[in-house]
Design a protein around this ligand. Structure first.
Ligand code: DGT
Ligand code: CA
Ligand code: CA
Ligand code: ZN
Length: 587
């Protein structure tokens, strides 16, 4: 992303936080700035190119007042309004506003009562009991705040997979560009696609004589902030982006397989593999597979070679978590995991009709020209989501007309009509049945009551024959909000019985269902969908993240509904609507 876009995006997001903090009449201003921040973050081109052509106001979400501020920033490097607003609030603690328990009202009270202005002080006050002395901050609330703070710290210390992928691939590309490099690959948790990444590991193969040169080129890269350690075969650095560590190991080409296996991990997988190898008379290390008796090197050039010698099938990195994968590999039963190429459509996305940044036509044009999908389902919010521009029944009817118009223009039935309808506290839905019946696809989501046990609420939604799918089922937001309590075994049994799909939501901080829950759903025979929940153009690329979760849950194409064509999905819906479903597998 162009740097100036990033800076402006941050300022507008801060302004939105300030207005939320000020509350009252400023609520709508807060929404406007939040939206502007998102739009700017999403622009592919440097925003200065728009100011030159005076096309700023043509960008959706940029009105005259925001356009003026963008111009001011580009001319002067500052926005006066922001500078003066900043002085009226404790700006440092406003960074916490999206975290569960740290809403604007709570922050305001803490600031007013204890004169707290920064995050460290706030953490201290939570721990030493000063905050629990404030009225309205009972034990339950303070405990929740402490837990959320911990979640936030973990994600700050680690990286979200999406961010780590972007940063890791940038570094990897630099190695791939070097002529001396014979092979280079991401390793560690990043190759296994864990949802958060501690540090980025990269493995590089070259001839021994090129090592020095490669390390020298690497540590001189502009993307590096600091060199922590540098030797003949490895280097550890901090990259500027996210301020995170990258470990690089340099190996000989014939050690590629054994080193990749070793540095991919997980440690637990490696330990189990090493134990089995020893029982079979082999020693395994990053240098190869050796016969213990003779000391002879048996394998190590490729991962496949090592697994094969130990009588295992090759195991995809996403499965290497010591969760039964070696048993499967011994029986040659490693499933053929779902891939991005299997996906036929995206079933959860938002347009300007609720809180998305693209209108329906632009969105459809963009997706159909950039993705090989057969369909997309538009799922804007229902009326309870006031802040997100949720729509009532009449508005959905109008939207269906607009979808028809755009489909006509595209000359294909590309956009399916749908909704992300709120599941109310009692499990009922936010829109009338006679509207829902007219839509192609109904995704139902929980958007409130995040601390209560939501088992019965979700079950009631599953038992509604108009509900096709449960959106972001666990409600967690990484680093911001824990999942609410749910008896998942119970919920998945009902999901299976009622032919209700469960979503793997691909948003970078949702990843919901996560790998373990998606696996449990699959084991219970629950159909899954993988959808991006896109609110802006750049987010359609998140699909890959959901694929990673599904692979870590050992899913094949058959476990994922949107690998099917729309005709088959219609059958899936019909089964529930007509209650003709049985225990037969869907595919
Ligand atoms: P992270 O960075 O916390 O997200 O997790 P990993 O899995 O990337 O862990 P990291 O960076 O400490 O090490 C990278 C890989 O190196 C790890 O997945 C397996 C391997 N490894 C590291 N330490 C050990 C060890 O003590 N024993 C074995 N067998 N493997 C290790
Ligand atoms: Ca790592
Ligand atoms: Ca590491
Ligand atoms: Zn939602």
């Amino acid at each position: 992303m162009p740097l100036v876009n990033k800076e402006l995006g941050k300022i507008f997001s801060d302004m939105s936080h300030i207005y939320q903090y000020k509350n009252g009449k400023e609520k709508f201003r807060a929404i406007a700035y939040e939206k502007a921040a998102r739009v700017i973050n999403d622009l592919q081109d440097d925003i200065t190119t728009f100011t030159k052509k005076s096309q700023l106001e043509k960008i959706p979400g940029v009105g005259p007042s925001i356009a003026e501020k963008i111009n001011e920033y580009i001319k002067t490097g500052k926005i006066k309004k922001f500078e003066s607003l900043k002085k009226t609030v404790p700006i440092d603690i406003l960074e916490l506003m999206n975290i569960s328990g740290f809403g604007p009202q709570s922050l305001k009270r803490i600031h007013q009562m204890l004169k707290i202005n920064d995050r460290d002080e706030l953490t201290k006050a939570l721990q030493d009991g000063r905050i629990s002395k404030i009225r309205g901050f009972g034990k339950k609330k303070v405990d929740n705040m402490l837990r959320s703070m911990k979640l936030h710290k973990t994600v700050e210390e680690r990286m979200l997979l999406w961010n780590a992928m972007e940063a890791g691939n940038k570094v990897l590309d630099e190695f791939k560009k070097m002529t001396e490099v014979l092979q280079a690959e991401l390793a560690g948790s990043l190759r296994r696609k864990k949802e958060t990444i501690g540090d980025i590991d990269i493995l590089v193969a070259c001839d021994e004589k090129s090592r020095k040169k490669i390390i020298a080129k690497f540590v001189a890269l502009p993307l590096i902030k600091e060199v922590l350690a540098k030797g003949d075969t490895k280097a550890s650095v901090i990259i500027k982006e996210f301020n995170k560590q990258v470990d690089v190991r340099i190996i000989n080409p014939d050690e590629w397989g054994s080193a990749l296996l070793y540095f991919t991990g997980s440690k637990e997988h490696n330990v189990e593999l090493r134990t089995i190898a020893r029982d079979k008379g082999y020693k395994i290390s990053e240098y190869g597979l050796f016969d213990i008796k003779t000391g002879k090197r048996i394998a190590g050039n490729t991962e496949e070679g090592i697994y094969k010698e130990l009588e295992f099938a090759w195991i995809p990195p996403e499965m290497r978590e010591q969760k039964g994968e070696l048993d499967l590999a011994a029986k040659n039963k490693i499933p053929s995991l779902v891939t991005l190429a299997d996906i036929k459509g995206d079933m959860h996305l938002h347009s300007t009709w609720s809180d998305g940044t693209m209108d329906i036509e632009d969105l459809a044009q963009f997706v159909s020209s950039h993705y090989p999908y057969e369909y997309i389902v538009l799922t804007d919010h229902s009326k309870s989501e006031r802040v997100a521009g949720g729509m009532n029944e009449e508005q959905f009817i109008d939207q269906v007309k607009e979808i028809r118009r755009v489909n006509n223009k595209l000359k294909k039935d590309f956009i399916k009509t749908g909704v992300e309808v709120d599941i109310m506290a009692d499990g009922s839905l936010d829109l009338k049945d006679d509207l829902l019946e007219q839509l192609d696809w109904v995704c139902a989501s929980v958007h409130s009551g995040f601390t209560r046990d939501n088992t019965e609420r979700i079950i009631t939604a599953c038992e509604n024959k108009l509900v096709n799918c449960i959106g972001h089922p666990s409600g967690r937001l990484m680093g911001q909000r824990e999942a609410y309590p749910v008896n998942w075994q119970k919920v998945f049994k009902v999901a299976k019985q009622t032919n209700t799909a469960f979503e793997i939501n691909c948003q970078a901080e949702r990843m919901d269902l996560n790998d373990d829950l998606a696996r449990m759903a699959r084991e219970n025979g629950v159909m899954l969908t993988i959808s991006t929940d896109s609110h802006q153009q750049s987010q359609f690329a998140f699909m890959q993240m959901g694929i990673f979760i599904a692979r870590r849950a050992w899913c094949t194409k058959k476990d994922i509904l949107n690998t099917a064509s729309w005709n088959e999905i219609k059958k899936f819906i019909e089964r529930k609507r007509k209650k003709t479903f049985s225990n037969e597998p869907f595919f």
